[in-house]
Design a binder for this molecule. Structure first.
Ligand SMILES: O=C(O)CCC(=O)C(=O)O
Ligand SMILES: [Fe+2]
Length: 383
């Protein structure tokens, strides 16, 4: 069977041009009968299954694991469940008038896949995107505007989630930056706040596509509330993909490219241990039987921030690894292409500088992936 690609004109036309998204495909069963007939198995690819531990200490986790899950953050399981239910609800509502490029709102829109006009294969995901440019548009006001078109699309839950995530993002970034012995303005760390509500419908043949293609987040920090479906989210360490399992009540945290650039890949900590602030590739697998919802809250620099390594991070004689880059230019580069792993940061890598971290970071992790848990007695992360 042919992959779901741009060669399949009718399918792309239905999903993208007619603005139905992949959920529309599933709802209407337009071509699913054919897909199901031809699908032989539901293989999920040969991914390894070691897991990343849940911890509630931040700095060592960020610097060694890069992807980690936090608990004790103050957002209850009930609140999270309500949010997921609301999120599912609004994927059933009319969405064409919010389609990216012609949305009735400048700061909220609806889209499918990632870059459907450029991708060889569509990703099995529809999403709502919200932007909160702190000094321009009030996030809740965006929703009030949308509400005049939608009935009840979970506005309160989503606005509440955004309000709950902001101080958590701020606190984690503060802890991380303090550990670099640096001072960074809030505009640089979280001058833009964005959120994606992702909906992954059941996929008739998951081995032909992915939910979200492999990519590194380009911002400073992402806080992700995922669903309770095993086998969805994976992060790459060296040549292994590690499963990031759903943990009840936990929020997944990962570092984005901007924090990696600010820290020049790493900093040296006490006792000659090297610590890493790295943006790690990750992906979401599609599932044959279960739909999935996730909420990704992205803290990022204001668009006009120029990002380069922090001077406090420089060691004697160490040179910057990346060119200074304006965040808006970096975003443009990223969003103009399909998901391509860690290629965005490579586009601003300075010549002649070797990337030392990947090997050592993955070595460190693969030696003992499940024993990097740390004490939960610290009070440094408390809201
Ligand atoms: O849906 C997920 O679990 C992850 C989505 C993601 O990686 C992203 O939005 O950057
Ligand atoms: Fe991501």
């Amino acid at each position: 069977m042919a992959p779901i690609g741009l060669t399949d004109v009718a399918l792309t036309d239905f999903v993208v041009n007619q603005r139905h998204g992949v959920k529309g495909l599933v709802d209407k069963r337009v071509t699913t009968e054919k897909l199901i007939m031809e699908a032989a198995t539901t293989g999920k690819g040969a991914l390894s299954t070691p897991v990343i531990p849940v911890i509630d200490e931040i700095c060592e986790a960020a610097a060694t694991l890069v992807f980690f899950q936090i608990v004790n953050h103050g957002v209850s399981v009930d609140e999270q469940n309500e949010l997921r239910a609301a999120g599912r609800g609004f994927f059933d509502l009319q969405k064409k008038r919010y389609w990216e490029g012609s949305s009735v709102s400048d700061t909220a829109w609806y889209m499918t896949s990632f870059n459907p006009y450029k991708e060889a294969k569509l990703e099995w995901r529809d999403y709502r995107h919200f932007e909160y440019l702190s000094d321009q548009v009030d996030f809740a006001a965006t929703w009030t505007f949308l509400l005049s078109f939608d009935e009840d699309c979970g506005r309160d839950e989503v606005v509440n989630h955004s309000n709950r995530m902001k101080p958590i993002g701020r606190k984690i970034l503060e802890i991380l930056v303090n550990n670099l012995n640096a001072r960074v303005e809030e505009q640089t760390l979280m001058g833009t706040l964005r959120m994606n509500v992702n909906y992954y419908p059941e996929c008739p043949d998951p081995k032909l596509t992915v939910g979200t293609g492999h990519h590194c987040d380009i911002n400073t920090l992402t806080l992700l509330l995922q669903d309770d479906i095993l086998g969805s989210l994976y992060a790459r360490y060296g040549d292994k993909w590690l499963h990031i399992p759903p943990v009840m009540g936990a929020i997944v945290v990962n570092i984005g490219d901007m924090l990696q650039i600010l820290s020049n890949d790493r900093y040296k900590s006490v006792e000659h241990l090297f610590f890493f602030f790295l943006s790690v590739e990750h992906l979401v697998m599609a599932s044959r039987f279960l739909s999935r919802i996730s909420f990704a809250y992205y803290c990022g620099p204001s668009y006009d921030s120029v990002i380069e390594l922090l001077h406090e991070v420089l060691e004697n004689g160490e040179k910057p690894l990346y060119k200074a880059t304006m965040y808006s230019d970096y975003m443009k580069y990223y969003f103009a292409r399909p998901h391509t792993g860690s290629k965005t940061i490579k586009s601003i890598k300075l010549p002649g500088k070797k990337t030392r971290w990947y090997k050592s970071a993955s070595l460190r992790l693969s030696r003992n992936p499940c024993q990097l848990s740390v004490s939960s007695s610290s009070s440094s992360f408390f809201f």
